[in-house]
Design a protein around this ligand. Structure first.
Ligand code: UDX
Ligand code: UDX
Length: 456
C-alpha cells in the first residue's frame, strides 16, 4: 500500500467517510481509531455502532483488507502520512462562551497527542466542523514540536447527511479542500485531492484557502437550517390564513433560484450540527463585534424553538386544554428518518413538555429507542417504549408524528383508529400522512401549516 491514513474519531462522520475512502482506494491503508472501546468493537462486527443504510456493505468491502479499527491511537498516528481528525466538537457548556462557542478540548487534546507521538511529517486534516481560524490554533500547537517533524493543516469539512451518508459520500455535490497557499500547503492539498479523485469527478473537487473551507461548512449548515426556519415561519401564517404550506413550498421551490429541497415544514430541525454550528457562527460574529450579523442568524434558531413549542402548545390546546393522564404516542424519536441518531431531536423537547403536563407518554421508533431512553434520562422511567406502533397507539388519545419514517405512511390507520380513545387525534409534525383520508376515517387531524381537520 502506497500511503497510510489514520482517522481519529469513529463516529457518524469518521466511520462512514473512512469506510468509503478505504473501499474506493485499495492502495491506501486506512486505520480508524477512537477512545471508545465499545464503539471500536462494534465497528468490527456486522452490528455497526450507527445505523446507516448501505454502510455495512461498504465496511465489509474493505474491512481487514485495507480498513482497520482499533483503540491504539498512538500506533495509528505514528504510522500515518495523513491524519483525519473527526472527534466531536460540541457546544461549550461551561465558562466563557458557554452555550454558544465550540468546545475544542477534544480537538486540542488530539493535536497534542499527534505532536507527542509523531516521528515523521504529517498532513493533519480537519474533518470535524470547526470555527473559522481553528487551523491557526492547530498549527501553533503542532509546530511547538520544533524541528522534530513537520505538519500541514488542511480543512476538508464533511457534508454528508445522516441517513443518506453512503449516497452522499459516493456522489457528493462537492468535496471542499482548503489549505495554506504556500508551496508546502499546496502540496498537502494535492495529496488530499488525490484521495478523492479516485471516485469523485474533478469538477466536484473544490479547493480554497483554509479559512474559506472552515467557514464554508458553518455557512452551508446555517443556510440549510435557515431554509427550514423560513418555511416553518410561513407554516404558522398558513394555519391562520387557510393557505397550505405544502402548496406554498411547492410553488416557491419551483423557482430554480430557490429549488425544491429543504422546504418541508416540520416540528423543527434537529441533528448534531445545525444548532451547534449556528450557535458557533453567532459566537464568532459576536467576537468580531458584528452584532447585527449575530442577531440575524440567532433568528434561525429562535424560529426553530418557536416551532417546537408551538407544536406542543397546539396539542394541549386542541385536546381540551388538559392532557393529564392521557396516553399520547410519539411516532418516531430520531431527528430524521433512516438514522438511529436522536441528537437535538425535536422529539426530546416534545416528550419532556408532555411529561411536564403529566401525560402518559409512549415512544415508538424502529431504530432509535436505545438513544431515546438515554436522552430522556430520569424522565425515561415514566415513559413506555415499544418498537410496535400499533401497540403504542392502543388506548391513546393522540398520535404525534415526530419522525418521517416511511413505514408510518403505510400503517393500517383504520386499525389504529379502532384501538384509540375517542375523539382520536393525529398531530402530524412531519406532514407525511394523507390528512383527508385520516379525517374521513374519523380522526381529528392537525397538520403543520394548514388548518386543522376537526370533528368537533
Ligand atoms: C463529529 C462532530 O460532532 C462534528 O462537529 C463534525 O462535523 C464531525 O465529527 P460525529 O461523527 O457525528 O460528528 O460525532 P460522534 O459520533 O460523537 O463521533 C466522535 C467520536 O470521536 C466518538 O466516537 C468519540 O469517542 C471520539 N473521540 C472523541 C475520540 O476518539 N477522542 C477524543 O478525545 C474525543
Ligand atoms: C446536516 C447537513 O445536511 C449536512 O450537509 C451536514 O454535513 C450535517 O448537517 P444532518 O443533520 O445529518 O445533515 O441532516 P439533515 O438532512 O440536514 O436534516 C437536519 C434536520 O432538518 C432534521 O431534523 C430534518 O428532519 C430537518 N428537516 C430537513 C426539515 O425539518 N425539513 C426539511 O425540509 C429538511
Amino acid at each position: 500500500m502506497t500511503k497510510c491514513i489514520a482517522c481519529i474519531g469513529a463516529g457518524y462522520v469518521g466511520g462512514p467517510t473512512m469506510a468509503m475512502i478505504a473501499m474506493k482506494c485499495p492502495q491506501y491503508k486506512v486505520h480508524v481509531v477512537d477512545v471508545n472501546e465499545a464503539r471500536i468493537a462494534a465497528w468490527k462486527t456486522d452490528d455497526l455502532p450507527i445505523y446507516e443504510p448501505g454502510l455495512l456493505e461498504v465496511v465489509k468491502a474493505a474491512r481487514d483488507r485495507n480498513l482497520f479499527f482499533s483503540t491504539d491511537i498512538d500506533s495509528a498516528i505514528r504510522e500515518a502520512d495523513i491524519i483525519f481528525v473527526s472527534v466531536n466538537t460540541p457546544t461549550k457548556t461551561f465558562g466563557d462562551g458557554a452555550g454558544r462557542a465550540a468546545d475544542l478540548q477534544y480537538w486540542e487534546k488530539v493535536a497534542r497527542q499527534i505532536v507527542r507521538v509523531a516521528t515523521s511529517p504529517k498532513i493533519v486534516v480537519e474533518k470535524s466542523t470547526l470555527p473559522v481560524k481553528t487551523a491557526q490554533t492547530m498549527e501553533a500547537i503542532l509546530n511547538a514540536a520544533g524541528d522534530r517533524t513537520s505538519f500541514e493543516v488542511i480543512s476538508n469539512p464533511e457534508f454528508l447527511a445522516e441517513g443518506t451518508a453512503v449516497q452522499d459520500l459516493l456522489h457528493p455535490d462537492r468535496v471542499l479542500i482548503g489549505s495554506r497557499e504556500t508551496p508546502a500547503g499546496l502540496k498537502a492539498r494535492q495529496e488530499i485531492v488525490d484521495i478523492y479523485a479516485n471516485w469523485v469527478p474533478a469538477e466536484k473537487i473544490v479547493t480554497s484557502n483554509v479559512w474559506s473551507a472552515e467557514l464554508s461548512k458553518l455557512v452551508a449548515n446555517a443556510f440549510l437550517a435557515q431554509r427550514i426556519s423560513s418555511i416553518n415561519s410561513i407554516s404558522a401564517l398558513c394555519e391562520k390564513t387557510e393557505a397550505s404550506v405544502r402548496e406554498v413550498a411547492r410553488a416557491v421551490g419551483m423557482d430554480s433560484r430557490v429549488g425544491p429541497r429543504f422546504l418541508n415544514a416540520s416540528v423543527g430541525f434537529g441533528g448534531s450540527c445545525f444548532k451547534k454550528d449556528i450557535l458557533n457562527l453567532v459566537y464568532i460574529c459576536e467576537s468580531y463585534g458584528l452584532h447585527e450579523v449575530a442577531r440575524y442568524w440567532e433568528g434561525v434558531l429562535a424560529m426553530n424553538e418557536y416551532q417546537e413549542s408551538r407544536f406542543v402548545k397546539a396539542m394541549i390546546r386542541y385536546m381540551f386544554n388538559t392532557i393529564v393522564d392521557k396516553r399520547i404516542a410519539l411516532f418516531g424519536f430520531a431527528f430524521k428518518a433512516d438514522t438511529s441518531d436522536t441528537r437535538q431531536s425535536p422529539a426530546i423537547f416534545v416528550a419532556r413538555k408532555l411529561l411536564d403536563e403529566r401525560a402518559q407518554v409512549v415512544v415508538t421508533d424502529p431504530r432509535a429507542l436505545d438513544n431515546a431512553r438515554l436522552d430522556l434520562g430520569d424522565a425515561a422511567a415514566g415513559v413506555q417504549f415499544t418498537d410496535d406502533p400499533y401497540q403504542a397507539a392502543r388506548g391513546a388519545h393522540a398520535v404525534a408524528i415526530m419522525t418521517e419514517w416511511e413505514l408510518y405512511r403505510s400503517l393500517d390507520w383504520e386499525r389504529i383508529y379502532a384501538s384509540m380513545e375517542k375523539p382520536a387525534f393525529v398531530f402530524d409534525g412531519r406532514n407525511i400522512l394523507d390528512h383527508q383520508k385520516l379525517f374521513g376515517m374519523g380522526f381529528s387531524v392537525f397538520p403543520i401549516g394548514s388548518p386543522p381537520l376537526k370533528h368537533f
